[in-house]
Design a protein around this ligand. Structure first.
Ligand code: PLP
Length: 394
């Protein structure tokens, strides 16, 4: 558990990402936080801990530095790092919900999120309703007296729908519920949910924050003063307790890799956006492409909301090809875009969500179209990316 460092609060985004929680090592002056590859810490007498460190499940200096940086870039009071994005989601939900509680989930959420809520948490008495979060009347209608969380993902994976964070925060708070925002696709650089009223932000840091496809991880960032619904307990304390009690924390090297990634988030994301805009332009004009899904397009149904709450529109694009066969052909033929799950790394990736990342929601309300292709646009030269898609679509 960390407290945001006041001294960096007024600095710009990139400065916070590079410096918050990352003072040069007091003993050696090392400008990069060391990897404290250690499980336990010598005590100066029973319970007399040095800087609070006792055992690395509970706390580790590399992880602390990373958590302070995470809190600083999201404008959060506290941040907790986890072994994966889903571990972060699981701890968030189990910290703030009790059996009998109800959750609203996006009807196009990441498949793994829905699987967790619908196939794991239901066994512990949590109910859920998938809802179109871009339809605020539908959201209000889906609330029940036991709704304790509205779970938001924006943009959504893989349909790139947009939800209005500010409007949903108002609806959640009026209903006595918390607003949790999965900010994985947007990144804290493009979108700041806490400033828009969110109580908790969650990330798969496996994606843009890590940024190099070399580490899996997750994070939960908590707004100042957030309370567990129906009680006086602080959300940060509840999450900190369960993170330690259940133990799905990242190891020191994983925390260090993600922290290194975070330092370059702003420059990488700007390049992802530049390249995505070029690729969108190309796809829109291509006769084999029947629809391009990208919130930066003025024709996107939620473009106005995206423009209100995002700095730019990100590096993720989905498109439709008219048939499952043609979609599968495209993903099989690219050479620069690697056929792989995941996203947000420097290298471009392509996938068929229906058979890959979202196979777990086949047959449910969250099933995705079979002719859908999703690309994570990397930071290679845009001309090479376009040439590659051109030959794959030919
Ligand atoms: C939007 C979103 N949230 C959460 C997750 C889960 O993260 P992880 O794979 O790190 O557990 C993913 C993974 O793809 C994702 O795309």
């Amino acid at each position: 558990m960390t407290q945001n460092q006041n001294e960096w609060q007024t600095a710009g985004f990139a400065t916070r990402a590079i410096h918050a929680g990352q003072e040069p090592d007091p003993q050696t002056g090392a400008v990069v936080v060391p990897i404290y590859q250690v499980s336990t810490y010598k005590q100066d007498g029973v319970g007399n801990l040095r800087n609070g460190y006792e055992y690395s499940r509970s706390g580790n200096p590399t992880r602390t530095a990373y958590e302070e940086a995470l809190a600083a870039v999201e404008g959060a009071a506290d941040a907790f790092a986890f072994a994966t994005g889903l571990a972060a989601e699981d701890v968030i939900l189990r910290s703030v919900l009790n059996p009998g509680d109800h959750v609203l989930v996006p009807n196009d959420a990441y498949g793994g999120t829905y699987r967790l809520i619908n196939r794991v948490h239901t066994r512990w008495g949590i109910t859920n309703t998938p809802v179109d979060l871009s339809d605020l009347d539908a959201v209000r209608a889906a609330l029940t007296p036991t709704t304790r969380v509205i779970w938001v993902e924006t943009p959504t994976n893989p349909l790139l729908n947009i939800a209005d964070i500010e409007a949903l925060a108002a609806i959640a708070h009026e209903a006595g519920a918390l607003l949790v925002v999965d900010n994985t696709f947007a990144t804290p650089y493009l979108q700041q949910p806490i400033a828009l009223g969110a109580d908790i932000v969650v990330h798969s840091t496996t994606k843009y924050i890590g940024g190099h496809s070399d580490v899996v991880g997750g994070a939960a960032m908590i707004a100042a003063g957030a309370k567990v619904p129906g009680s006086d307990e602080s959300v940060a304390e509840a999450i900190g307790f369960l993170a330690n009690a259940a133990g799905a924390v990242p190891g020191p090297f994983d925390a260090w890799l993600a922290l290194r990634g975070l330092k370059t988030l702003a420059v990488r994301v700007n390049q992802h956006c530049d390249n995505a805009e070029r690729v969108v332009e190309f796809l829109q004009d291509h006769p084999e492409v029947t629809e391009v899904l990208y919130p930066g397009l003025e024709s996107h149904p939620h473009h106005a909301v995206a423009a209100k709450q995002m700095r730019r529109f990100g590096g993720m694009i989905s498109f439709r090809t008219g048939s499952k066969e043609s979609a599968l052909q495209v993903v099989a033929k690219t050479k620069v875009f690697a056929l792989a799950e995941s996203l947000g790394g420097v290298e471009s990736l392509i996938e068929h969500p229906g058979l890959m990342t979202h196979a777990s929601v086949a047959g449910s309300a969250l099933e995705v179209p079979e002719d859908l292709v999703r690309v994570s646009v990397g930071i290679e030269d845009a001309d090479d990316l376009i040439e590659d898609l051109k030959q794959a679509l030919s």
